[in-house]
Design a protein around this ligand. Structure first.
Ligand SMILES: *Cc1c(COP(=O)(O)O)cnc(C)c1O
Length: 371
């Protein structure tokens, strides 16, 4: 039986910016009653959706801040033409303060060493003091906070920095109601109070990312930093957001094989019947997790077909059974799921990871098609 299928030429990632726009508007609505502003976090190439495209789309849809994790990403945001405040965190201690100031990029400051280096540059950098609110990851430890406040006040008085914000981040926001979330919020509010006691006047307090924004209005404060949610990923599992990605690959070869044939490296799969195998020119170098071998499926001519054998660097084999297609037929690796194709969440489950890792892992040689 030969099925008719859409024809494609090369592995292609289709990016639907209207989904990003719809998600952004949803977060703007979700923060309307708390009157918090939305910072669109466009790190990691806009979560693999294109930094400039996501930045422009989010700002056009109501985001009033942009967040990145390096000055280089901040410069890329500026070069895309958007004109809202931009904040970079995760900066090295010798961050290029001049470039940041020239491109009006605010800098997160996670401790006294960073502050000293930024103040020494004398560029009048706008800074957000970053407190570790319970992750032991980024930000100043609570026992360093008072010293950081004093140093920030001195640097501000000298005209070397302007303190505009205080920020934290939550470890357990995906579990609404977890006590660590309340503790994180209290830690941040306490940190703000200590800043004010030191004579600082931070005007933007920010803590919530996607999950807390959707589940806990008390965490919204002045700005929410939303990344995953803009591209349709909800770590809280409470909200159906719009998917922006569709990944397709052409069938490049079709072969009929007998029962008992070993497929791919290591013969991890042996056919249990005569069947037809299709070869896709896409593999783990393109972001298909090798660990999903043996569980993953793709959609070919309207039917979900299993991936068989191990996913190779550049190649993946699919068992078509008796539903044969011609070379050139389109296989849908993932998409919104409306036509029965797997989703990014399915791939994450097959790989034992989170959707974030799938969407940020699509390789450079996959063609991008933005609409
Ligand atoms: C990545 C990141 C965010 C965005 O988190 P999402 O869950 O993707 O919305 C917010 N704040 C910080 C500090 C981050 O590193």
């Amino acid at each position: 039986m030969t099925a008719v299928a859409t024809r494609v030429r090369t592995p292609t990632l289709e990016i639907d910016l209207s989904a990003v726009a719809a998600n952004t508007r949803r977060f703007v609505r979700a923060t309307a009653s708390s009157s918090a502003e939305v910072m669109a976090v466009v790190k990691a190439d806009g979560f693999g959706h294109g930094l400039a495209d996501v930045a422009r789309t989010a700002v056009d849809s109501g985001a009033t801040w942009l967040g990145v994790t390096s000055v280089a990403e901040g410069v890329a945001v500026r070069e895309s033409g958007v004109d809202v405040p931009v904040l970079s965190w995760l900066n090295p201690v010798d961050v290029d303060v001049e470039t940041a100031a020239r491109h009006r990029i605010d800098l997160a400051v996670p401790g006294v060493r960073h502050l000293a280096a930024i103040a020494a540059a004398g560029a009048g950098a706008r800074v957000h003091l970053q407190l570790d609110t319970g992750m032991a990851r980024d930000g100043a430890a609570e026992d360093e906070w008072r010293a950081l406040m004093r140093a920030a006040r001195r640097a501000e008085a000298a005209g070397d920095v302007t303190v505009v914000g205080v920020m934290g981040h939550l470890a357990m926001a995906g579990e609404s109601g977890h006590p660590a979330n309340k503790q994180g919020l209290l830690a941040l509010l306490n940190g703000v109070e200590l800043a004010e006691q030191a004579g600082l006047r931070p005007v933007v307090r920010h803590l919530a990312a996607t999950a807390a924004t959707l589940t806990d209005p008390a965490t919204h404060l002045d700005v929410v930093r939303v990344g995953a949610g803009l591209v349709g990923i909800d770590p809280s599992g409470t909200t159906r957001l719009c998917t922006a990605l569709r990944l397709t690959a052409p069938v490049v070869q079709v072969r009929r094989v007998a029962a008992g044939v070993g497929v791919g490296y290591g013969h991890t799969h042996v056919t249990d019947r005569a069947t037809t195998l299709a070869l896709l020119p896409i593999g783990y170098a393109d972001g298909l997790p090798r660990v999903a071998s043996g569980r993953a499926h793709v959609l070919v001519a309207g039917l979900r077909r299993p991936v068989v054998g191990v996913i190779s660097m550049d190649q993946t084999v699919v068992d078509l059974g008796d539903h044969v297609v011609e070379p050139g037929a389109e296989a849908v690796v993932f998409g919104p799921g409306d036509d029965g194709e797997p989703t990014v969440a399915d791939w994450a489950r097959w790989a034992g990871t989170i959707p974030h890792e799938i969407v940020t892992g699509i390789g450079h040689r996959v063609e991008r098609s933005v609409r």
